[in-house]
Design a protein around this ligand. Structure first.
Ligand code: AMP
Ligand code: ZN
Length: 486
C-alpha cells in the first residue's frame, strides 16, 4: 500500500535503494518529506542480556541510519525499550518475559529493566552504535496504548473474551500480507488448547485483564479492567506518538515478520483506517550450529564473551559489516578471530598512514581536490552503501583504498575517514598504544623473532602459544611482530 503524501527525494540527497519486505524487492527510497527519514526500530526486551545476535540487528539499523545520513538525509530514529507485555511465546502464550526474570532474580521488574537497559547501552556504546533520537519505554506509554486500543475498538476490530481484549484478525482485509501468511493453513494447524478464547488462531491480545500469574506486579487501570498491554500494541502506540501516524521505515529482525510486525500493521491500520508504514526492513539472524541464537533457548553469547576472548568489541561490528544484513551469519569463534586479524591489518595500515604525517594532524583533502583514482573509489563506496547497504562490496572498496599503489597517505586517510562515517570503526581515534613489555616477555619475543629469521616455524608457533598463555597475543605483518594484551 503506498502513501499518497509520498514524494520523490530532492537533489540534496543521493539516490538510495532498499529491500522492502512488503514487496520482497529492492525499491528506490521514497520519503514523506523530502530529505527526511522517520524511522522506528523495535528495541530490546530488557529481561536479560542482549546477545550478539540481537546486536547484529542493532548494527544493521545503525549502519542504515549512518548510511542515510551519509547520503544526505536527516534521520529521526526512534527505538523502544520493552519492559512489559512480551510473552515467552509469540502466540500470546507463556509468561511475560519480565516476570520470568522477576522469579529468576527475585527482584522488582523495574530494577531488572533498569539493570539490563544500563548494560544494553554500555554494550551499545562499545559497538559505537549511534544513540537513537528518542528512546521510549513501554511502561511509560500505557495511556497511549489504551487510547489506541479504544480507537481500534470503536472501529469494530476487537472482542472481549475471558476478560481479555482481542484483536479480531478476520476483520482485517489484508491480515498477514507482510509475512505472506496462509490463514487457512494456520487455522488447520492451530493448537486450540493454547487459548480457547480466540475466535481465530491468528487473533492476538491487545489488553490482558486476566493475569495468568498471581501477584503480577505490572498492572494498570483500563476501561476493560486492571491489567497490562499485549506486546504488539506498544510499538504501534509509541511509533505514532513520536513519529506521527505515518512514518517512512520500520525495522527489526526477521523473527518479527510473521507475528509482531504483522500484528502491528493490522492493529495500526484498523485504528487509522488507512495504510500505515510503506517500507519494512528486516535483518537476518546470527546462527549457532544451524540454530538461531536466542535467549529463550539459553545458548547465547554476549559482548563480554567477545571482550574476555581478548577481542575489541568493534571486531564484532567489523564481522557484521563484512556480511550483508539480509544474509544469515553462522557464528564461530574462528570467523570472529579471522575478522580480528583483518581488523588488526586495517588498524596497522591506518596507523602507518597517520605516521607519515609525524606528530602533525593528517592533512585531509576536500572532496573537490580528490584525484581521479580517489574520486572513483569514493563514488564506488557510496554506490555500494546506497544500494541496499551492500557492505561486503563497500568493504572491498575499503581494502582497494588501503592497498592502492596510486594514492598517497593524505588521499587514503581522507577516503577512509569518510568511509568510517558509515562503518563506525572509530578510525580517527586509533593511535599507537605503547605497551609496557616486562623483560621476561621481551626475551620470548626476541627468541620468536630469531626463530622466524631462522625459518623455524614450529618453534615460532610454540613461542606464540607460550606468550598467549602469559596474556600476550602476537600477530605478524610485513613490518614484523605485533603484540597486544589478550
Ligand atoms: P528482543 O530483545 O528479543 O526483543 O530482540 C531485539 C532484536 O534482536 C529484535 O529486532 C530481534 O528481531 C533481533 N534478534 C533476535 N534474535 C536474533 C538473532 N539470533 N540474530 C539477529 N537478530 C536477532
Ligand atoms: Zn516492536
Amino acid at each position: 500500500m503506498s502513501n499518497s503524501t509520498t514524494k520523490e527525494n530532492t537533489t540534496q540527497t543521493r539516490p538510495f535503494a532498499v529491500f522492502n519486505t512488503v514487496s520482497r524487492s529492492i525499491e528506490p527510497l521514497k520519503t514523506a518529506l523530502p530529505g527526511k527519514v522517520s524511522l522506528y526500530c523495535c528495541g530490546p526486551t530488557v529481561y536479560d542480556y542482549q546477545h550478539i545476535g540481537n546486536f547484529k540487528t542493532f548494527i544493521f539499523e545503525d549502519v542504515l541510519v549512518r548510511s542515510l545520513r551519509f547520503a544526505g538525509f536527516e534521520v529521526n530514529h526512534v527505538m523502544n525499550i520493552t519492559d512489559v507485555g512480551h510473552l515467552v511465546g509469540d502466540g500470546d502464550d507463556g509468561e511475560d518475559k519480565m516476570l520470568v526474570a522477576v522469579k529468576r532474580e527475585k527482584k522488582k521488574s523495574a530494577e531488572i529493566a533498569e539493570y539490563y537497559t544500563k548494560i544494553f547501552f554500555e554494550d551499545w556504546d562499545k559497538l559505537n552504535l549511534s544513540r537513537p533520537s528518542i528512546v521510549c519505554k513501554a511502561t511509560e506509554h500505557i495511556q497511549q496504548m489504551i487510547a489506541l486500543i479504544q480507537r481500534i475498538e470503536q472501529n469494530g476490530f476487537t472482542y472481549v473474551a475471558g476478560g481479555n481484549v482481542y484483536f479480531d484478525t478476520s476483520k482485517s482485509a489484508n491480515y498477514g500480507h507482510l509475512a505472506r501468511l496462509n490463514l487457512e493453513k494456520l487455522k488447520a494447524g492451530a493448537r486450540v488448547e493454547l487459548d480457547a478464547n480466540k475466535r481465530n488462531p491468528s487473533d492476538f491480545v491487545l489488553w490482558f485483564t486476566k493475569s495468568k500469574f498471581e501477584n503480577q506486579e505490572l498492572q494498570w487501570e483500563s476501561p476493560w479492567g486492571r491489567g497490562y498491554p499485549g506486546w504488539h500494541i506498544e510499538c504501534s502506540a509509541m511509533s505514532m506518538q513520536y513519529l506521527g501516524e505515518h512514518f517512512d521505515i520500520h525495522c527489526g529482525g526477521i523473527d518479527h515478520i510473521p507475528v509482531h510486525h504483522t500484528n502491528e500493521i493490522a492493529q495500526s491500520e484498523a485504528a487509522l483506517q488507512k495504510s500505515w508504514v510503506p517500507l519494512w526492513m528486516h535483518s537476518e539472524f546470527i546462527m549457532v550450529n544451524a540454530e538461531k541464537m536466542s535467549k529463550s533457548k539459553g545458548k547465547f553469547l554476549i559482548l563480554d564473551d567477545v571482550i574476555e576472548r581478548g577481542l575489541d568489541p568493534l571486531v564484532y561490528r567489523f564481522l557484521c559489516l563484512n556480511s550483508h544484513y539480509r544474509s544469515q551469519l553462522n557464528f564461530t569463534w574462528d570467523i570472529l578471530e579471522n575478522a580480528g586479524k583483518a581488523f588488526d591489518k586495517l588498524k596497522s595500515a591506518v596507523l602507518s598512514f597517520k605516521a607519515s604525517f609525524g606528530s602533525s594532524a593528517p592533512a585531509l583533502l576536500p572532496e573537490e581536490s580528490l584525484d581521479d583514482t580517489a574520486a572513483a573509489l569514493s563514488h564506488r563506496f557510496m554506490s555500494a552503501v546506497c544500494d541496499d547497504l551492500n557492505m561486503p562490496l563497500a568493504i572491498s572498496v575499503l581494502w582497494e583504498t588501503v592497498n592502492s599503489k596510486d594514492l598517497d597517505s593524505a588521499h587514503k586517510l581522507t577516503l577512509l575517514y569518510r568511509m568510517d562515517q558509515v562503518l563506525g570503526l572509530k578510525m580517527e581515534d586509533w593511535a599507537e598504544v605503547s605497551l609496557e613489555i616486562p623483560p621476561e616477555i621481551d626475551v620470548l619475543l626476541n627468541q620468536r623473532a630469531q626463530a622466524r629469521k631462522d625459518r623455524q616455524w614450529a618453534r615460532s608457533d610454540e613461542l606464540r602459544a607460550e606468550l598467549q598463555q602469559l596474556g600476550y597475543t602476537v600477530t605478524d605483518d610485513a613490518s614484523g611482530q605485533k603484540v597486544r594484551r589478550s
